[in-house]
Design a protein around this ligand. Structure first.
Ligand code: ZN
Length: 100
């Protein structure tokens, strides 16, 4: 197992992938709990908020391992779903952005 697949494996098996699901709009926010921060991933846009993503894309157009982790977690159904009300969406985003 290489370094990257070990990281992905750890994320999945430590249940660090979270789906924040807003009722009733079904808006979805995916995050991965990192060592120090929480990362915001958009699997449809292939975007991640971490610095590894930023520099990876800048250097060699390679995304970070978080994006791959989300895709695997979705496939294997290995993520935690946390439900919110739509009314909480704005304050959730504000809180998340403050943590990134
Ligand atoms: Zn990332």
């Amino acid at each position: 197992m290489n370094q990257k697949s070990k990281k992905i494996h750890d994320i999945i098996f430590q249940n660090r992938v979270k789906l924040h699901l807003f009722e009733t709009s079904q808006r979805k926010i995916w995050t991965i709990v990192g060592k120090e921060k929480e990362h915001w991933i958009d699997p449809e846009l292939n975007f991640c908020s971490c610095s590894g993503y930023y520099f990876g894309m800048l250097k060699n157009k390679k995304p970070c391992y978080h994006i791959e982790s989300i895709h695997i977690a979705k496939q294997e159904k290995k993520f935690e779903t946390i439900k919110f009300f739509d009314e909480e969406y704005n304050s959730f985003i504000t809180g998340l952005l403050a943590e990134l």
